[in-house]
Design a protein around this ligand. Structure first.
Ligand code: ADP
Length: 780
């Protein structure tokens, strides 16, 4: 291969990554994933420091990266390669310099992590690329050979922004971390507000996008929110005061109003926090304070979800670069529900810019539509679960149902949030929400107890504060209907005139629902609609790729591992083997491993063999031997509690210590019930609200139907699930028969399994074929 005139050998993929625009937590995860995946694919990897500024200035700001250069980045907020706003790049001469700098380094692909401004710039750059090259040839700055070599610029976007304002994707990298910061602050403010019976007006970021304000409203149970896409009615002052007054009359001691920084009224006049505060103080005589959260919302360590998203999308971006042909239009990496996809960049940029235009034209319906169906669903869920006075929603009397709510199995973050949402939704529709306390055991044992039995109607104020509470307020229990008595359970259903059952729980709950389904022919009391909302830290319920509680668990586990990793790093030559929960599903271990950058992960699905351990120990030996003093990042292995009966966490740790021959140390750690998490994560809260409302809506569809009709409908007993890009109900019978691995208590096909190889790739873990059997030496 003849080198190009600048000395760079041609025909090699040199992939550069940069972060640009406003920083967001998770950008570092993108950089790490792109660098390591590029290297693993045999490409050269480069980082462009300081965003487009680095591209325009070139020189030292474009650096070739090695594997070790991105070690330990995952847990750091912001962006370690810097970001900037660069005026020069917005003009053609700046972009001409950028093109020259890229060609000088031989870079032919660019992955940009930034907001809509940065991605618009990227697309302009790609559009102009052939013209820029011609100009460089004319001025003699590059040769015609170089032009031919670099005639196609390959660009892929990753959306990094706390605002979540980009079209065609459900989440941008950083938005859930920002939401976590907001929720932590509002939860703290809640306590003082409640103590003093105060009102707080909280301003949150988001520019023209109301996503942060809306989600903060959903996940903290705020009394009122202001978002730019859907300004309040003309008489919003009366409307807001009416709702807050009503909440106070119900007995609520505090008031929280969330105002997006771009909040406006229907005449496009800004609504300021001061205006809202004055109203609450003067009209409602509430002791009111304003809190502007400001830049706190940008900072901090990325949450579990942003670590996963940035890693998975970074890997996908590299694959998109490698798959691209000259004809492929520029892509960006999106996520729809649970599915990571490549989407056309230009269309998404145009759609994103449409929102501001629609708002400016007072076309608010279009602004809401442009934000996508998920946004609208959250908005509706917020409205129906917060404002108790929406007369339009109230159903005619004959459609009212007695809807029982039960928690089954171990507690999981979001169980209370889902219960609160279900109760609030029921009340806004005229149904009677009934809580069954302490599961089926409680139902059967205490149903006749006086004065308080196990089955109680729930009032709005009972659940009002539950959105942010961990554990299970109504009590949860593992006992199945078959254990406490099928006949007794059916009698209770009849006695309390239960018209529908809303179950919140994990695999135990799934098993309970299966039993009730099979008992339907014998017990007419079970011929009612029953919906299961999967809630378990293990995320092992068939019919869904996501159970509420699993995100809370991952966040708890990741902060535990961050702390341990710091200790491992401080003592330099130490590896920790951390045991995770998760039943017989390796989900928690694998996703935590993705989020922490673990050296290896052991799962029940794959098991552990002696060869695997030998390889991993050899990898550790080599990696510790290479690490010089300055490389302080600690190492972790994650091991699911049921990965192997023989090689337990302690045994693995001991084996590593013995085999290290004194060159490094090994410890094991068991976080145990820490993994249930304390306060539910914002993601678990918002998804709990959305999915709970959907479940009750599904139940409502059966109002007035006969028991025979209900029996015949396979979806009358169903699990709500997020599957790929969709939220859907799966009928129990089909799920039981086709999708359940009953022996191992998990779904037959686990969607996350493919992520395990990403953990291995990004940690440089050797595969079986890399290892010389016998001596265990790695052939690399
Ligand atoms: P964000 O990417 O977070 O939306 P900005 O809008 O500030 O942030 O964009 C970041 C940088 O991207 C700008 O400083 C500029 O260098 C570049 N950029 C933005 N818009 C354009 C554009 N239309 N053409 C060229 N470059 C742009």
């Amino acid at each position: 291969m003849a080198p190009l005139p600048n000395g760079v050998p041609p025909a090699k993929n040199r992939i550069a990554v940069m972060t640009s625009g406003g920083d967001s937590p998770g950008m570092n995860g993108c950089v790490r994933a792109v660098v390591r995946k590029s290297l693993a694919q045999g490409c050269e990897s480069y980082c462009i420091y300081e965003g487009y500024e680095g591209l325009v200035r070139g020189g030292d700001l474009i650096k070739q990266m090695r594997w070790e250069d991105v070690r330990g980045l995952l847990s750091e907020g912001g962006t370690s390669i810097g970001t900037a706003r660069c005026k020069a790049f917005t003009e053609r001469p700046g972009r001409l310099k950028a093109a020259k700098n890229m060609i000088d380094k031989g870079i032919n692909a660019l992955i940009i992590c930034g907001g809509d401004g940065s991605l618009t710039g990227a697309d302009t750059f790609r559009g102009e690329w052939p013209g820029l090259l011609e100009e460089l040839v004319s001025s003699g700055e590059i040769t015609p050979e170089q032009r031919n070599e670099f005639q196609h610029l390959n660009i892929v976007g990753l959306v990094g922004s706390i605002d979540n304002d980009f079209a065609d994707t459900d989440a941008t990298i950083g938005c859930y971390s920002s939401l976590a910061r907001i929720c932590e602050s509002v939860d703290s403010i809640d306590a003082t507000a409640s103590s003093h019976q105060r009102a707080f007006v909280i301003e949150v970021m988001g520019r023209h996008c109301g996503w942060l304000a809306l989600m903060a409203g959903v996940s903290t149970g705020a009394d009122f929110i202001f978002i730019p896409e859907n300004p309040p009615a003309q008489n919003w002052e009366d409307q807001m005061c009416g709702i807050i007054k009503k909440h106070r009359e119900f007995g609520k001691r505090k008031t929280i109003v969330i105002v997006a920084e771009g909040a406006i009224d229907s005449e496009l006049k800004q609504i300021s926090p001061t205006q809202v505060k004055d109203l609450l103080s003067n009209r409602l005589k509430l002791d009111t304070r304003i809190t502007t959260l400001g830049h706190v919302q940008r900072g901090g360590t990325p949450c579990a979800y942003d670590r996963q998203l940035s890693t998975l999308q970074g890997v996908e971006a590299v694959m998109a670069v490698l798959d691209a042909t000259p004809e492929t239009p520029s892509k960006f990496i999106a996520i729809i529900e649970n599915k990571i996809i490549r989407s056309p960049l230009i269309e998404a940029v145009a759609l994103t810019q449409e929102v501001a235009k629609a708002i400016a034209a007072k076309d608010f319906k279009r602004a809401m539509d442009l934000r996508g169906p998920e946004f609208a669903e959250y908005y509706n869920a917020y409205m129906t679960t917060t404002s108790t006075a929406l007369p339009d929603l109230y159903l005619p009397k004959e459609k009212h149902m007695n809807i029982a709510i039960i928690h089954i199995g171990a507690p999981a973050g979001g169980m209370n949030s889902a219960t609160r949402a279900a109760v609030a939704y029921c009340l806004s529709r005229g149904h009677t929400p009934i809580a069954i306390h302490n599961g089926f055991a409680g139902l059967v044992r205490h149903h006749g107890d006086e004065p308080i039995g196990s089955v109680r109607e729930v009032k709005w104020l009972d659940v009002e504060g539950w959105i942010s509470r961990g554990g299970s307020e109504i009590g949860t229990n593992r006992d199945l209907p078959s254990k406490v008595g099928m006949g007794e359970t059916a009698d209770c259903f009849s006695q309390y005139k239960i018209d529908a059952l809303f179950i919140i729980g994990g695999f135990e709950a799934f098993t309970a629902l299966s039993e009730l389904r099979k008992a339907r022919p014998d017990y007419p009391a079970f011929r009612i609609p029953m919906m299961l909302l999967p809630a378990t830290i293990s995320n092992n319920v068939p019919g869904t790729e996501y159970s509420i509680g699993s995100d809370t668990c991952l966040n708890a586990l990741i902060s535990y591992c961050d702390a341990i990793k710091q200790s491992a790093a401080a003592s330099r030559r130490r590896i920790f083997v951390v045991e995770t929960q998760g039943g017989r599903s390796g989900y928690v271990a694998t996703m935590a491993a993705l989020g922490i950058g673990a050296t290896a992960v052991y799962t029940p699905e794959e098991g552990i063999s002696i060869q695997m351990l030998a390889r991993d120990i050899q990898h550790l030996r080599e990696s510790f031997a290479k690490d010089q003093g300055q490389n302080r990042a600690g190492k972790l292995i994650l091991c699911n509690e049921h990965a192997s009966d023989t090689y337990t966490t302690e045994v693995i740790s001991n084996m590593i210590r013995t085999e290290s021959k004194g060159r490094f140390e090994s410890r094991f750690a068991i976080p145990g019930h820490v993994q249930q998490g304390g306060t539910p994560s914002p993601m678990d809260r918002v998804r709990a609200v959305r999915l709970a409302v959907k479940c009750i809506q599904q139940i409502e569809g059966y109002a007035g139907k006969s028991k025979e009709e209900i029996m015949e409908d396979p979806l009358s007993m169903a699990v709500i699930g997020i599957k790929g890009a969709h939220v859907k109900f799966g009928g129990m019978e089909r799920l039981e028969q086709e999708e359940t691995n009953w022996k191992d208590r998990r779904p037959k096909n686990e969607s996350w399994i493919r992520y395990k190889s990403i953990v291995d790739t990004l940690s440089g873990r050797p595969k079986a074929e890399d290892c010389c059997e016998g001596c265990g030496r790695l052939n690399r």
